[in-house]
Design a protein around this ligand. Structure first.
Ligand code: HEC
Ligand code: HEC
Length: 256
């Protein structure tokens, strides 16, 4: 059974200002100095709406982070979750996040004069994912630690799960911009990601010319030339590709 909420739960509801708590008799009206576990009364008509409010709030958290309840709670007896337990460290992280969000909103309000400010919520940062890092950070970190192949696999997985959600920026420009930052130093990793990019954007002239550039960093001129020819087939006006292709052919002739 879901237990009655404790005073801190009410703080959380109040902090996020979703449900008005003032003037309603409920567990949270007790002074915070009382021990929540022993002082929580049995559910009554007066307390039930607050459990509903807490669970509603919990649903909002879960959706904002794109997770299930067990992400922050732990399994209890009879296949149910034990919501009271502090056994899952994420619950504590979530508490700091609740405080952080309340603090941010206080600051936003301070600078906002009389009109109500747009509230910052979990979703503002989390956008439906537990760890709200931008896709560029994720790619660069994985490239550094596990290489381009792993980064491409991770990108594919995230894209499959989150495409169309507001979670990550999957535009081609963003990926190419990310890859460009390490293309000179890590051409092999860049090539893995650029090949993956062409799975999603097979008609992208810029995708091919960027791949060609990565090949030249690996001194693989034959592959670079093939990629540039494809780039020009797809877009005859891709002058960067035309310039690169002419340059590469000149090198080749000189070597022959
Ligand atoms: C992002 C983390 C997170 C997720 C996801 C989450 N919770 Fe919670 N939950 C908390 C935290 C933190 C508290 C404690 C709040 C406090 O002490 O002020 C809590 C408290 C509760 C309580 C009150 C427990 C008590 O002490 O009486 C219930 C009930 C609850 N959660 C249900 C749920 C349900 C149901 C879901 C899924 C729909 C869920 N939670 C998902 C973080 C989470
Ligand atoms: C100002 C931006 C911001 C807001 C608002 C915010 N978070 Fe977070 N949250 C983060 C960041 C950044 C991280 C990742 C921290 C890290 O990498 O350790 C994070 C991490 C977490 C985690 C740990 C995730 C994991 O993978 O273990 C939980 C749980 C969480 N937030 C819950 C919440 C809840 C619940 C709210 C709303 C009450 C919230 N956050 C509001 C920025 C935010």
């Amino acid at each position: 059974m879901v237990r009655v909420l404790n005073p801190r739960s009410c703080l959380l509801v109040a902090a996020l200002a979703i449900v008005p708590v003032v003037g309603v008799p409920h567990a949270g009206a007790q002074p915070a100095t009382q021990a929540p576990a022993t002082q929580a009364p049995a559910p009554t008509a007066a307390t039930t709406p607050n459990i509903v409010a807490v669970v509603d709030q919990m649903r909002i958290f879960s959706e904002a982070l794109g997770v299930e309840c067990v992400f922050c709670h732990v399994d209890g007896p009879n296949g149910r979750l034990n919501y009271r337990s502090e056994g899952n460290p994420r619950k504590q992280v979530a508490r700091s996040m609740i405080a952080l969000t309340a603090d941010i909103n206080k600051m936003v309000d301070l600078g906002h004069g009389d009109t109500p400010a747009t509230p910052v919520t979990c979703r503002t940062c989390h956008r439906g994912v537990p760890n709200p890092r931008p896709i560029a950070d994720i790619v660069r970190r994985t490239v550094e630690h596990e290489g381009g192949l792993a980064a491409a696999a991770e990108y594919r997985r995230l894209r499959q799960t989150f495409f169309g959600a507001e979670a990550y920026d999957f535009r081609e420009d963003t990926l190419l911009g990310t890859v460009q930052r390490f293309i000179d130093g890590r051409p092999d990793d860049a090539i893995e990601l650029l090949k993956m990019n062409l799975e999603f954007h097979p008609q992208s002239s810029r995708g091919y010319s960027t791949l060609a550039y990565a090949y030249t960093r690996r001194r693989d001129d034959a592959s670079a030339i093939a990629a540039l020819e494809r780039a020009l087939e797809l877009d005859a006006d891709n002058n960067t590709a035309r310039g690169q292709l002419e340059q590469l052919r000149r090198y080749q002739r000189r070597r022959e």
